[in-house]
Ligand binder design. Structure first.
Ligand code: CMC
Length: 425
């Protein structure tokens, strides 16, 4: 029980005592679960001050620019670990022993192929479909192909579903790209790393040998690590809410992908590149910066600002470094990248952006790296989804493992009509 309480004074009622709980870090929370008895609800659209669950996976301190996965700082993981080890960490709660990791890696890297009927499923989409539209469909369709891992009350089924999702997401993602450009699908190559295999499925063709560039492989691995989880963001909360009703994991992840797609969330890296293309040349930057500052103009600088990070985004710091490494290694001469670098410089010095604490976020830099790697912008959010699958699955699993888990059911403040009478005819 909590030894701290908050006292709430409501009109015409005795003071209500609400317990205060402390986590291991971050804000204390006021437990308002008993508030319904008083005839009141709390009101917090946008979840600005609502902890929707208890979680031990990821911690963010937005003021200090801290992001921890299972207690480890994101930059430590980005520089010393690799994506699959981070997957193990997020899913299981601690770093693996050598033996545990070898087994985990082998399982992930050897379940990359899809049911062949699912391959045929792609052909039902228009060639010009957005790859995220295909992803929402094909990931949801996994529930129609893997019936044997749908029993969420069975721990082994939950584990198999988790492995299937982590293993097959790169294959599904690369196929959505290949389909859109009319090239043959590339089967996965289980001898390669997770990132290397994805690059081969994206850029390889059956009639030529594909050699993975280690700089690109390492950059892709970093992008995957940096997007792996981010506590209760919109898509993770969507996965939790969908999962709280007992929906199967493939359906829940498809819901997460849909939520991620929006430009205020995972779609920001694509929207950022679109914006850079619209700006076009360095001399037009001031015009767009002025528009971003104009209250009457809905335009925003995409890739800037964050709901939680109001100091700096620690993922952006790592991604910025990777961004410069990739640009140097590839020696790319791309005017759009010049626009990006100049925009970064101007926005970091502009009082409006400094006052409102609007720093470039991870998607600003990941968009630039992905473009430099030759990845089309419609695939940016898809890659985010590949990476975030482990976060979604870890949260889904954590939620189902919690005793007394309940279906998520927010309440509302009703502002519609009342007492209308159906007209006589
Ligand atoms: N450009 C110009 N002004 C901005 C921007 C921006 N990118 N972002 C916020 N502002 C202004 C906004 O107009 C508001 O001004 P005022 O106080 O005068 O009304 C103030 O800053 C606060 O903005 P807000 O919308 O209340 O802040 P929020 O916490 O609700 O929004 C955000 C966070 C990420 C949605 C927003 O900053 C944004 O739209 N950024 C661009 C989209 C983007 O890059 N999203 C990716 C986030 S990182 C990936 C992820 O984790 O999903």
């Amino acid at each position: 029980m909590s030894d701290k309480v908050a006292i709430l004074h409501l009109p015409g009622q005795d003071p209500v005592e609400l317990p205060i709980f402390s986590g291991t870090a971050g804000n204390d929370v006021i437990d308002i679960r008993s508030l319904g008895k008083t005839g009141y609800f709390t009101y917090d659209p946008g979840f600005l001050a609502t902890a929707s669950c208890e979680s031990a996976i990821t911690f963010i301190d937005g003021d200090e620019g801290i992001l921890l996965h299972r207690g480890y700082a994101i930059d430590d993981l980005a520089y010393k670990s690799d994506y699959l080890e981070v997957c193990y960490l997020l899913l299981n709660g601690q770093l693996p022993s050598e033996k545990e990791f070898a087994k985990f890696k082998h399982t992930v890297l050897h379940h990359t192929m899809l049911h062949e009927q699912l391959v045929a499923f792609y052909r039902g989409f228009r060639r010009d479909s957005h790859p995220m539209a295909i992803m929402v469909g094909v990931v949801g369709a996994l529930s129609a192909f893997y019936h044997d891992s749908l029993d969420i009350t069975n721990e082994s089924c939950r584990e198999i579903a988790a492995f299937r999702l982590i293993s097959k997401m790169p294959t599904l993602a690369a196929m959505s790209y290949k389909y859109s450009i009319g090239q043959p699908f590339m089967y996965p190559d289980n001898t390669l790393s997770y990132a290397g295999n994805f690059l081969k499925m994206m850029f390889g063709i059956p009639c030529e040998q594909y050699v993975v560039n280690p700089v690109l492989e390492s950059a892709m691995d970093k992008i995957l690590i940096l997007h792996a989880d981010h506590e209760q963001n919109a898509s993770t909360s969507t996965v939790r809410l969908a999962g709280s009703s007992g929906a199967n994991p493939f359906a829940c992840i498809a819901a997460g992908i849909a939520s991620l797609w929006g430009p205020a969330h995972g779609g920001a890296n694509e929207a950022c590149l679109e914006m850079l293309e619209e700006i076009g040349t360095v001399d037009r930057i001031p015009e767009f910066v002025a528009r971003a500052k104009d209250k009457d103009d809905p335009f925003r600088l995409m890739g800037f600002g964050h709901r939680v990070y109001k100091n700096h985004d620690p993922r952006a710091t790592v991604m910025r470094k990777t961004c410069h490494e990739v640009l140097d290694d590839l020696k790319i001469d791309d005017p759009l990248l010049d626009v990006a670098m100049e925009l970064e410089r101007i926005a970091l010095e502009d009082p409006y952006f400094i006052e409102k604490k609007l720093y470039p976020n991870v998607d600003f830099y990941s968009g630039i790296v992905l473009r430099a790697m030759g990845i089309p912008r419609t695939m940016f959010t898809v890659i985010f989804a590949v990476s975030r699958t482990i976060g979604w699955i870890s949260h889904w699993k954590e939620m189902l493992d919690q005793p007394g888990q309940k279906i998520g059911r927010p309440r509302q403040m009703y502002t519609g009509e009342v007492d209308l009478h159906y007209p006589e005819k």
